[in-house]
Design a protein around this ligand. Structure first.
Ligand SMILES: NC(=O)c1ccc[n+]([C@@H]2O[C@H](COP(=O)([O-])OP(=O)(O)OC[C@H]3O[C@@H](n4cnc5c(N)ncnc54)[C@H](O)[C@@H]3O)[C@@H](O)[C@H]2O)c1
Length: 254
């Protein structure tokens, strides 16, 4: 049990296919108590249907766009857990029209919204939860290769992921003196609600799986394995990194 006695948060989960849910389940399997987030009360019902099957899981509601909710989250976490050992940021959002066609057409407010919810939210979460982090806590978030390469239709979300990965490096500097590490997991395309917002997702999945060095599919479980590694003491010397979980696709030239 790599995480016996540990407590942490996974924010947020939509349904059983969410990458966050796989991370929460894997953390619980390894002995952790896990607070699982829902974006609002409507989504909470579905998240509670998942968590109620697991001893040691409970739920929180938080919309990353609202500072008051981030502060309430920190208060609730302090009351329920005292300190926490890990935080998984697993959330992103952009307008549907900004996830197809030409990047050049992204509107000012679409750009600001995507970066606010998908990138700044990690900074704001770390700030509000800083008093709750144990020494040696581990923070992680989910990025995608579209941060460093142009990927058709990913558009503004690629820019948001670039900002997210850069934020991870700065947060690693800020929180490092407290022993807190901050890393990025970068999964390849996986069929989830958020990913289906990107036009042509299913084609992307087939394309990557055909070309990746490991000629097999990967999914939520593979990502959760990397998350457990980052939550555990096995990754004590690792911070500011991007860890790809994509069957090696990102390393392939021709
Ligand atoms: N599925 C993929 O192919 C893939 C690949 C690489 C990275 N990712 C990243 O993984 C993370 C999880 O996505 P997923 O694919 O599991 O999809 P998902 O739809 O299951 O999860 C996305 C979550 O983001 C939350 N969210 C959106 N706006 C929010 C807001 N304003 N406040 C709080 N929460 C908000 C949603 O409630 C949802 O739970 C995202 O960061 C996504 O970009 C996904």
């Amino acid at each position: 049990m790599l995480l016996a006695g540990r407590k942490g948060l996974v924010l947020n989960v939509t349904n059983k296919n969410s990458i966050g849910w796989a991370c929460a389940e894997a953390a619980a399997r390894h002995g952790a108590q896990v607070g699982v987030g829902a974006q609002n009360d409507r989504m909470l019902e579905r998240v509670e249907a998942l968590t109620k099957e697991h001893e040691g899981m409970s739920t929180f509601v938080v919309d990353f766009g609202d500072d008051a909710q981030l502060q309430k989250l920190a208060n609730d976490v302090g009351e329920r857990y005292g300190k926490i050992d890990f935080l998984v940021h697993s959330a992103a959002f952009a307008k549907k029209e900004d996830l197809e066609g030409r990047f050049i057409d992204t509107s000012r407010d679409g750009f600001a919204l995507a970066l606010d919810v998908s990138s700044y939210s990690l900074v704001a979460l770390c700030k509000s939860l800083e008093p709750c982090f144990n020494e040696d806590a581990s923070v992680m978030c989910m990025s995608y290769l579209g941060s460093v390469r142009s990927v058709g239709n990913y558009n503004v979300m690629g820019v948001a992921k670039a900002a997210l990965e850069s934020s991870v490096r700065y947060l690693a500097q800020d929180l490092g003196p407290k022993g807190i590490r901050v890393n990025t997991i970068s999964p390849g395309p996986i069929n989830t609600v958020a990913a289906r917002g990107v036009k042509g997702l299913l084609g992307m999945i087939d394309y990557v799986q055909e070309r990746a060095p490991l000629k097999r599919s990967f999914g939520q479980e593979e990502v959760a394995g990397a998350a457990v590694y980052l939550m555990s003491d096995l990754s004590k010397g690792v911070t500011g990194q991007v860890i790809y979980v994509d069957s090696g696709y990102n390393t392939v030239g021709m």
